[in-house]
Design a protein around this ligand. Sequence first.
Ligand SMILES: Cc1ncc(COP(=O)(O)O)c(C=O)c1O
Length: 393
Amino acid sequence: MTNRQLFLEHVAQTSEAPLALEIVRAEGMYLWDVSGKQYLDMIAGISVCNVGHSHPRVVTAVREQAEKYMHLMVYGEFVESPQVAYARQLSAQLPQSLNSVYFTNSGAEAIEGAMKLAKRYTGRREIVAFHHAYHGSTQGALSLIGDEYFRNAYRPLLPGITHLHYGASEDLQAITDRTACVVAETVQGEAGIVRPEPQWLQALAACCRETGTLLVLDEVQAGLGRTGSLWAFEPLGVVPDILVLGKALGGGMPLGAFIADKAVMSVLSHHPVLGHITTFGGHPVSCAAGLASFQTILEEKLPQSVPGKEKRFRQLLQHRHIKAVRSSGLLIAVEFESFEFNKQVIDRCIQKGLLTDWFLFAPACLRMAPPLIITEEEIRTACALLVGVLDEL
Ligand SMILES: Cc1ncc(COP(=O)(O)O)c(C=O)c1O
């Protein structure tokens, strides 16, 4: 049996048509498959590899930490220096009120933690989320996501969740003094890149303040430079009570986090004690990798390079088959007439060595979310390949 056959036989599948590329090496902007074919990566492991694949600094950090120690103890019991150093660095780059970091293994777990923290801190049970939002696949996160097709097969889900229309001011009155938190993506990703009007987000934050509701911003996909600022909320004139991170946070290793003020976070330590725990959350090797990646993002000023790159993509992504391009930095959705057309484009791009993808709730849109290190030349190559495919159709 080939590795591909064994993969289909023994590795649990999430769709009937996995890409099933067999990659043997990845470096920077490129992946190579078992036949030696090279792929230019336009999805970065779905917004994970912001500093590119196997960045030497991240690889060194992983090696050095693995040689010192790997798992020692469940999260929060021992002083583990990679966690401490990373939490300190994150806090230093965040507003004063976001100073306490709870590390998790994934984005969905960070969302779960944020929901529990908000309920515990406010003593309330209701949660507000948004249509077309994506927050993860665990049952709590799934209860928040704004798509009935994905939710319905797994009912019963969490009670007390109301979905509002993202961007609709009239819906904000649903936030009341019974609402524990509002969970919103700072930029909706899986919806096909929907950016909020700053005024709307500010009105949302004001409603939260007036009703004593915590504002949870999910930047699992949008954070860490991808939208052109280190944090997507920065240019929008709001500061969340809880910030949720994941994906690029671990520099290619599994890591998520929810971050709040210490006064808020401290409720998790009592009544019940150990009421929110994780064995592997904040794994020392993940934190070491994440910190190396974070320092690279800062030192190489990657967020600052993003707006120019976004502009270049937008200039080059013009074709009669392209209905619209929506972007927030290097989170780009290229809209076609249908999912079927999009799928053909994605498949043909892969044949030509260009790796793209689609969006869960916007199936007619092609996803481009390359590592932030992408060069001008690579942007030209990627867009020329895509436009070449569109010319054939
Ligand atoms: C905005 C957002 N939140 C949460 C998640 C869930 O993260 P994870 O897949 O690490 O559980 C994702 C994953 O795509 C996401 O895009």
